[in-house]
Design a protein around this ligand. Structure first.
Ligand SMILES: *Cc1c(COP(=O)(O)O)cnc(C)c1O
Length: 390
């Protein structure tokens, strides 16, 4: 039995992060300035994309991306119900409507075999918004082929996907705009923060302008020696800029992205090796196919209720009693009151998303976990399975 509670997630903050933040505090420049610029450049160079626009969340990045590609009231955006609130709400911000496609239960990503039919049933489709669940890339070749054939844009929700490869290509270099999250549970963090990346200069410029009140030029240069007091409002924009304080965390975290990724990968490998011995009770998550790379932001097991006397909820309770924190990703959007009431969705409308949700448990996976932490998770999961075997 563990001595203390293992949280589901915890950031890894070291001396470099602290020093970089102190440096920013001492510089006197707290809001969007040189550190944000440096973070954008370094992030773009890591991903291998042309433009990176730092913002204060992935939600903001998704909103700006949809606005920049011209999503307007009455348009439809095709996405997955297996996602966080943000993915659906940004579509509503613009007066557009989400059109959900059920998931492939093996990957938990949207099922591309259903995509063509979904596009056809829309009257004003504008974009496809895939979510790379847990850090496993969606089938981007198929998604892009359908999008290009029908003149749709592809905006990727890559909140889980730093860093991730799809057939040798980095996520962030494939769709029209890719949106990353630096929320405190994500693979690298700025506390709160996000990044919209694109290869399209016009989209980058529109997102940059709209991220700061729709004001032309980099407003922060106004107050430096080279700046001027003059500015112009080009459109009613938003207040989505990242601060230099947050960016300083990002600069330090980015340097450790590979180290963090290797640690997550090692934990995922240990889990999968151990759980393959109890595969009649729990299903392990799919790894990326060869040539691709999983970020392992999340490690989601699925309980086989046919072989256990307990269900998912009781499984989570027993892990909690064993002092192990867990989570569930996600309660699909179509099961929430807003979506049920506004769109009349029923659980059976997206049967794979509903059934997968009912079986899913996200286990702790983060760089700060010790070998003993990983052992205790493996032991507890195995002993709960054996205790309740049917
Ligand atoms: C975390 C998350 C977001 C939102 O990220 P924020 O930076 O908190 O806005 C969006 N989509 C998915 C799938 C997420 O997990």
């Amino acid at each position: 039995m563990r001595e203390y509670f293992l949280p589901f997630s915890a950031p890894t903050i070291g001396d470099d992060e602290i020093a970089e933040v102190v440096d920013t505090l001492q510089s006197g420049w707290l809001t969007t300035g040189p550190k944000v610029k440096r973070f954008e450049e370094q992030f773009a160079s890591y991903v291998g994309c042309r433009h990176a626009v730092a913002v204060n969340s992935c939600t903001a990045a998704l909103h700006l991306a949809l606005e920049a590609i011209g999503v307007r009231a009455g348009d439809e955006v095709i996405t997955t119900p297996m996602t966080f609130a943000a993915t659906g709400e940004v579509i509503h911000y613009l007066g557009a409507k989400p059109d959900f496609v059920d998931i492939d239960p093996a990957t938990m990503n949207l099922d591309v075999s259903l995509l063509e039919a979904a596009v056809k049933r829309c009257s004003r489709p504008k974009a496809i918004l895939p979510v790379h669940m847990a850090g496993l890339a969606c089938e981007m070749d198929e998604i892009l082929a359908i999008a290009r054939a029908r003149g749709l844009k592809v905006i990727e929700d890559a909140a889980h996907t730093f860093p991730t490869l799809y057939k040798g290509r980095m996520i962030g270099t494939i769709g029209d705009v890719t949106c990353f999250s630096f929320y405190s549970t994500k693979t690298i963090t700025t506390g709160e923060g996000g990044m919209a990346v694109t290869g399209d200069e016009a989209l980058a410029e529109r997102m940059r302008v709209m991220s700061l009140h729709g004001i032309s030029k980099n407003a922060w240069t106004r107050y430096t020696a080279s700046g001027s007091w003059f500015y112009e409002i080009l459109a009613p924009g938003f207040k989505y800029n990242l601060t230099d304080l947050a960016a300083s965390l990002g600069i330090a975290q980015l340097k450790r992205a590979d180290e963090f990724h290797l640690k997550r990968q090692a934990i995922a490998r240990r889990y999968s090796a151990a759980f393959s011995a109890i595969s009649e009770f729990i299903e392990i998550p799919a790894d990326a196919p060869s040539g691709s790379l999983h970020s392992w932001h999340l490690y989601i097991i699925k309980v086989n209720s046919g072989r256990l006397k307990i269900g998912r909820d009781q499984f989570i309770e027993e892990l909690k009693e064993a002092k192990i924190g867990t989570s569930v990703h996600f309660i699909p959007l179509h099961l929430h009151p807003y979506y049920r009431e506004v769109y009349g969705y029923k659980p059976e409308d997206f049967p794979n998303a509903t059934a997968t949700y009912q079986r899913a448990i996200s286990l702790p996976i983060y760089p700060k976990m010790t070998e003993a932490d990983v052992d205790s998770v493996i032991e507890s999961v195995s002993s709960i399975c054996h205790k309740h075997a049917k």
